[in-house]
Design a protein around this ligand. Structure first.
Ligand code: AMP
Ligand code: GLY
Length: 443
């Protein structure tokens, strides 16, 4: 009998006074997720589905995440405090969400301390932290992208822009939370933007990449990457502009869906073979092998898919529509990358997803915080990922620019859209806005 119980990881001894103790729970993995937005909520949610994981911490997390993980009040860039926490709590695996944590070198510090961590080194994270680095890499390795030129000098940049056509794309060469790209239609506007970026250093001291304006639908191609090995995720599409009809300023993303029917298998093959795999190989050749999620922001131009940007991490809000569709145990995937061991077959569910971001009025500019949010009691076929919320006396309040990502599930995108939109409309808050036209390209 004891042998059978032991086989099932169950035993009794004197110390437990006859109570049954499940020893498998003692071997369950402890995971730390770094970050506190909707992306991290979706990562925590996916990790919570792993039968191997017994405890999830999230630093700093948010009000929504606290229902699924123990939130620890450590800033995502406080590398020393994060490392100390992981060591003290014998964390088995850490997963990094935000680019700022990666750019702060959290992966390098954890590895040096012998800790297992999923994410790229600080050197590899440069593919996102510096637009110029990414563009030079693509130019060197013939990875399809828009023509460009980089400038440090305001007058030289202005001269170049004067000679080109409009609209023109101006990208600040540094992390700017999705707000460092401006697409002026006129010379006056371009002059003003260049002044902000190069003379007044509004985003910080840095260079500007001046880029050819491309056209076509965009899609987000996230891949798990371990050096030269590239494992594609299912595709998604973000909606970057703040207002309906793709109008208004660029944001971190106002909604997303997965998969993306207007991207053919051929486009996907091209993007994997001519973009993502060569980029991973280029990073190895440059001495900064990438491990983690390499995010290709691609555009299907009349001349085929081209790179708009690379990110060194899961996209937000793309993660919130992609990870719920993952059928494989994500702990195994993270482990394969972190340990450089064989990757399991990655499977996706047939069920599709569409999600609407609810943002504070004024976002991506200035906005107020602290408005109460009334969430419906129960929702079927909908997941609500918290992007910027806080909890006080059992009530949720807005605490960020993007506040909630409401994801609907369905047999097709129309069904997922309708489920999500109905849920969005049932959420009460006087200071939130959202785009009703998420998915307009495919519905
Ligand atoms: P990025 O932060 O580089 O992804 O740029 C933000 C958004 O600006 C992209 O999602 C595109 O919608 C737009 N964008 C960036 N580069 C280009 C380009 N070369 N041509 C057209 N649109 C662009
Ligand atoms: N949604 C775009 C990004 O994560 O950068």
């Amino acid at each position: 009998m004891e042998a059978i119980l032991a086989l099932h990881g169950i035993f009794q001894d004197e110390k437990t006074m006859g109570k049954t103790v499940d020893i498998t729970s003692l071997c369950m993995k402890k995971v730390l997720v770094i970050g506190g937005g909707g992306r991290e909520h979706a990562i925590v949610d996916a990790v919570s589905r792993s039968p191997q994981v017994g405890k999830i911490y999230c630093a700093p997390g948010n009000a929504g995440i606290s229902a699924q993980a123990e939130c620890v009040a450590i800033k995502d860039t406080d590398v020393e405090a994060l490392k100390a926490f992981a060591l003290e709590n014998a964390i088995d695996l850490t997963v990094v969400g935000p680019e700022v944590a990666l750019a702060a070198g959290v992966v390098d510090a954890f590895k040096a301390a012998g800790l297992r961590i999923f994410g790229p080194s600080k050197a590899a994270a440069t593919i996102e932290a510096s637009k110029d680095f990414a563009k030079q890499l693509m130019a060197k390795y013939n990875i399809p992208t828009a023509a460009f030129e980089t400038f440090e000098d305001y007058y030289a940049a202005l001269e170049y822009v004067k000679k080109g056509s409009f609209p023109v794309v101006l990208k600040y060469d540094g992390l700017a939370a999705g707000k460092g790209v401006v697409i002026p239609e006129t010379l006056e506007e371009a002059e003003e933007t260049l002044k902000d970026m190069l003379l007044d250093d509004k985003f910080g001291k840095g260079k500007v990449v001046v880029e050819e304006f491309l056209t076509g639908p965009e899609f987000s191609f996230m891949c798990f990457v371990d050096g030269k090995e590239v494992y594609p995720m299912t595709l998604s599409q973000d909606h970057k502009r703040a207002y309906e009809g793709d109008k208004g300023p660029n944001t971190g993303g106002m909604g997303a869906y997965s998969p993306v029917p207007l991207i053919t298998d051929e486009d996907m093959d091209f993007s994997l073979e001519k973009v993502m795999k060569p980029t991973a190989a280029a990073m190895v050749a440059e001495g900064c092998p990438f491990t983690g999620v390499l995010y290709g922001g691609l555009m299907k131009t009349p001349h085929g898919p081209k790179v708009i940007e690379f990110n060194c991490r899961f996209g937000d809000p793309e993660t919130e529509v992609v990870l719920p569709r993952l059928a494989t145990d994500i702990y195994d995937i993270f482990s394969a990358v972190a340990d450089h061991t064989p990757m399991p077959q990655i499977e996706w569910k047939k069920e599709v997803t569409m999600g609407f971001v609810m943002a504070s009025k004024g976002y991506p500019g200035d906005y107020e915080k602290g408005y109460e949010i009334m969430l419906p009691e129960s929702l079927s076929d909908v997941a609500i990922y918290h992007m910027g919320t806080s909890l006080k006396d059992g009530k949720y309040y807005t605490s960020g620019g993007r506040v909630l990502m409401v994801v609907g599930f369905g047999a097709d995108l129309q069904e997922a859209h309708d489920k999500a939109l109905a849920a969005v409309e049932s959420i009460g808050c006087e200071n939130l806005f959202y785009r009703r036209d998420i998915g307009w390209r495919v519905l």
